[in-house]
Design a protein around this ligand. Structure first.
Ligand SMILES: Nc1ncnc2c1ncn2[C@@H]1O[C@H](COP(=O)(O)OP(=O)(O)O)[C@@H](O)[C@H]1O
Ligand SMILES: [Mg+2]
Length: 336
């Protein structure tokens, strides 16, 4: 990988670099990367995790993307387990196994539904409900979200770097915590009413245990925790990766709007794959020159749209970014 020289004119427009942002947020713990598919989220997450581990932080690089790519990036299998990354002290990588989580969630839901059907004296098989509930495409995302939360709440690392799913999935993942809280509050209220009524009607005054209520109480606690973790600007930051191109910019613009609505801290924007002006020579093709002109136009747009939020500009390398040495190399540009 060559062509890693920082581009001086563009770099000077960065008011606060990624390095400066991290220095200004000493308690930063949960770092997320989002953006359109293919823009470089996974490589930026990887490079950031390597850099944080080298700053003496116990770090975990986590993929919450249903289509995992960390094992491919690192050249080692990190699926389903917190796996020490070869040649990087203090760094582990982990691709969340949704199959297990979904199976577990299905089982939990089955138990709850069975209990509820019995409680409501309805003689239907729980399985029908379980199937229709888990056919919902949001189910996998919800399972992923639960996993992510578990990881955050367990608090075993100094830093967490999340490689999130592209586009709308990440939004739903986050919106979920809000929707869940509302839903849980509603459910709890109606459960309380039902319970009171049942107790009033029953002859025995003994208070019955209510597993559904217990579950809801726990879930509500977890959601409150999730919201406080995700909305704390000292601990959490979302970074968006874009290219100097129309569509990725539009995606990031939309994302930032949503995140403001959810009260989730936006750490900034990383621009990836900028062709370096110092690579231009007399032999440079029109194709490359045209692309550079196009990129220059979009760089203007980026500075205007994301004013004060551009944290790093990464050159287009002549090879893909794979393996720890390439990530280290990238991390130097990212945290220059
Ligand atoms: N600056 C860059 N120069 C060259 N190749 C890059 C650069 N950034 C990313 N890539 C390559 O582009 C591809 C997509 O990057 P990736 O991080 O997987 O994107 P995403 O996770 O957003 O889908 C990968 O093959 C990666 O190695
Ligand atoms: Mg990816």
């Amino acid at each position: 990988m060559t062509a890693a020289k920082a581009q001086a004119p563009s770099a000077s427009l960065i008011t606060k670099s990624l390095r400066a942002y991290v220095a200004a947020h000493p308690n930063l713990k949960y770092v997320f990367f989002g953006g359109k598919g293919g823009v470089g989220k996974t490589v930026m997450a990887g490079a950031t995790a390597v850099w944080l581990a080298q700053q003496n932080r116990r770090t975990i690089l986590v993929s919450t993307n249903p289509v995992h790519s960390l094992s491919g990036l690192l050249g080692q299998n990190v699926f389903g387990q917190h796996t020490p990354v070869h040649n990087v002290d203090r760094l582990r990588a982990f691709e969340i196994d949704t199959k297990d989580t979904i199976a577990r969630s299905k089982q939990e839901i089955r138990e709850k539904i069975q209990w509820f059907l019995k409680f409501a004296e309805i003689s239907t098989k729980a399985d029908e409900f379980v199937e229709s509930a888990s056919m919902n495409p949001a189910f996998e995302e919800s399972a992923m979200f639960e996993n992510m939360l578990d990881l955050m709440i367990k608090d075993e690392y100094d830093s967490y770097v999340f490689d999130t799913a592209p586009t709308a999935n990440a939004r739903r993942l986050l919106g979920m915590s809000k929707v869940y809280s509302l839903w849980v509050s509603k459910m709890m209220k109606s459960r309380q009413e039902a319970q009171t009524l049942r107790e009033a009607l029953s002859f025995t005054k003994k208070k019955e245990s209510d597993p559904l209520m217990e579950y809801l109480t726990t879930l509500r606690g977890r959601m409150a925790r999730a919201q406080s973790l995700l909305t704390n600007p000292d601990q959490t930051a979302f970074f968006f990766v874009t290219l100097p191109e129309a569509l990725p910019i539009a995606v990031v613009r939309r994302f930032i709007g949503w995140f403001h609505d959810f009260g989730i801290p936006v750490g900034g924007v990383v621009v990836n794959r900028l062709i370096q002006t110092d690579t231009v020579g007399p032999e440079t093709s029109d194709f490359v020159r045209n692309r550079m002109a196009m990129q220059a136009g979009y760089m203007q747009e980026i500075y205007q749209t994301f004013e004060g939020l551009v944290r790093a500009i990464i050159p287009l390398y002549d090879t893909e970014v794979r393996g720890v040495p390439a990530l280290e190399h990238l991390s130097k540009a990212l945290f220059s």
